[in-house]
Design a protein around this ligand. Structure first.
Ligand SMILES: Nc1ncnc2c1ncn2[C@@H]1O[C@H](COP(=O)(O)OP(=O)(O)OP(=O)(O)O)[C@@H](O)[C@H]1O
Length: 295
């Protein structure tokens, strides 16, 4: 398979009153068509910055992003973003919110009837067909997030960028959304980059988990390939040895980074203290472990 998205050696410096702040250093990642990649790392390490550079909202200080052979210099409909807080226009119905994006992308190429069919199709894909004429204020948080995803999918983006899309949802709704996303991805073969704080979510959904070091000057610490067969079912995976091995690997990475933020594991002197610390895998208190409570 060929590389669809090339995040090539990016550095990101932000100007601040105290001088330039280096958020990212040499982030280098090649993503193939149809891959599902998660970005995970401690709060403030630079995950959203990576996503914003790919979205074209930020320009990297060094390096760049190439999508399908073309450099990304500004936002574009081929890179749709889904945020944690849905960002729907409150005075428009679910249908009209999706319509706005569809008109922007297909206004010249699809007829009115074709656009209507396409909008309905995408709302049905996320199981929102029954509530498409409701406004955001009349539907639940999970439903709003579904509309946000339908809007992004309806743009037929080459890459779907998701910044903690399910972060604000309760556990049950979140599980439903994860299952829907897996179904949709199986059907459409979307290329997805998703930021998450949730280790189980990362392992369940991803082909690769990109683990970022702590900032400043954050970079990619390790990449874990998740070779679990699809379709994946959360209940079956709970007892799967390989699944639990992947989960433990991510937790271990996060624990080690948290105990000694900016020192690479190989250079640490306090290996004894490290060994005496409770193993990351002993955290079994909650079914879903997040980065912040993993530490
Ligand atoms: N526009 C900006 N100006 C200055 N500093 C910034 C700017 N945007 C981000 N930063 C800094 O860059 C670093 C990375 O921020 P970023 O939001 O990418 O982290 P994150 O990993 O997505 O965090 P979280 O998981 O908490 O959302 C942080 O130290 C942040 O304060």
């Amino acid at each position: 398979m060929s590389v669809l998205l090339d995040i090539s050696h990016i550095d990101m410096e932000f100007p601040t009153p105290k001088g330039p702040f280096t958020a990212l250093r040499d982030v280098d990642l090649k993503i193939q068509q149809g891959e599902f990649v998660s970005l995970i790392g401690h709060s403030g390490c630079g995950k959203s910055t990576v996503l914003n550079v790919v979205a074209g909202l930020y320009q990297a200080t060094r390096g760049g992003v190439i999508l399908n052979g073309k450099e990304v210099t500004e936002p574009g409909p081929e890179r749709a973003v889904v945020f944690q807080n849905h960002s729907l226009l409150p005075w428009l119905t679910a249908y009209e919110n999706v319509e706005l994006a569809v008109k922007q992308v297909f206004g010249k190429s699809k007829s009115k009837g074709e656009m209507r069919q396409w909008i309905e199709h995408n709302l049905e894909l996320v199981h929102m067909g029954h509530a498409m004429h409701k406004r955001p204020g009349e539907i639940s948080g999970g439903m709003k997030q579904r509309v946000g995803i339908a809007r992004a999918l309806a743009m037929q983006p080459k890459v779907l960028l998701m910044d903690e899309p399910f972060g604000a949802l309760d556990a049950l709704t979140r599980a439903h959304m994860q299952d829907s996303l897996m179904e949709i991805q199986a059907e459409l073969n979307n290329t997805v980059i998703m930021i998450t704080h949730d280790v189980d979510e990362a392992v369940l959904l991803s082909d690769r988990i990109v683990m970022m070091t702590n900032g400043p000057a954050a970079t990619i610490g390790e990449i874990l390939s998740v070779d679990l067969e699809r379709p994946r079912h959360r209940l079956e995976l709970a007892d799967d040895q390989l699944y639990n091995k992947y989960r433990a690997k991510v937790l271990k990475f996060l624990h080690e980074r948290h105990s000694k933020p900016d020192v690479p594991t190989s250079k640490r002197k306090d290996k004894k203290a490290e060994a005496a610390r409770p193993a990351a895998t002993q955290h079994t208190a909650s079914e879903t472990e997040t980065v912040d409570n993993a530490a």
